[in-house]
Design a protein around this ligand. Sequence first.
Ligand SMILES: [Zn+2]
Ligand SMILES: [Zn+2]
Length: 336
Amino acid sequence: MKAALFDAFGKPLRIADIDSPVAGPGQVLLKVCRCGICGSDLHMTEDTTFGLQGGEVIGHEFSGEVIDVGPGVSHLRPGDQVTAAPLRGCGTCPACKRGEPAWCPQFSLIGGGYAQYAAVDEFQCRKLPWGISAADGALAEPLAVALHGIRRARMEPGQSVLIVGAGAIGLAVAFWARRLGAGRVVIADIHDYQRDRAMALGATEFVVSGPDMATRVAQACDGPPQIVFECVGKPGLIDHCVDLVAPRGRVLVLGLCTAPDHMNSFRAISKEVDITMSVFFAMPEFEMAIQALDSGSYAPQHLISDTVRLVDMPDAFEALRKRTTQCKVLIDPQTA
Ligand SMILES: [Zn+2]
Ligand SMILES: [Zn+2]
């Protein structure tokens, strides 16, 4: 099969012919329909933080069709359209039983989506309901990550929300905030590239950051926002969010910052700001994300800005290292 291989840090991915995986015990073999390119994939290929090895196939936001099942697979059958959660656990410990494999002692994050075929554990897969295409199923993972952030923030209906960063996760947070009843949903970014997309996903206002940003945000939120979501992941941004949030408000950190950050704790303590971190998701959130894929108004499909062939994927991947007008780019590994 064809796959996009990671060779070494600082090198673009390379399309190569490799052996197809086989479905091991408890596993299904998927013909990958779509795999989203995620910001964390870009991070992984930059440096050793995530321990990526040469020869690996990454890509963790994927959906596809079951074409084979290994021994012991009980529910899924060939022909089923599924989306796979990239969180692998043992399947039997208390965390796994709660649907939180991210907290399993044997937890690992799986890749394999930047390829034509991928083998995954059956219990990581969720069947897509009728009417939801496998092409959209790849959005379930980033939507689940954003939903987990909303739940970690304990957002309540009517609250005013500011989202810093209009990337795919920031926009997905806007989608959920609106859907779950936030009063104001304001997105801020240094560029206005994603303004239309943000409004289509449920934002009530889009603010381009600048000197008078706090004033404009407070206007858009009818006072300082009660929750600020940090969805960028650059040093200094938690401080920035602490400045913008209302006294006794909450800063919810979803941005993946791989460099050490400092924090002005005096600013935070003076306002009694709650700072909460959010990573991954639980399987019930993944299931809720799948259900949200046929939501009609403010459809999450607005996140998709492009779908590229596998052969074009390494270039598309490198292009995303710079700030572009793209949002969620999907790969279609089956189109030659
Ligand atoms: Zn992701
Ligand atoms: Zn477990």
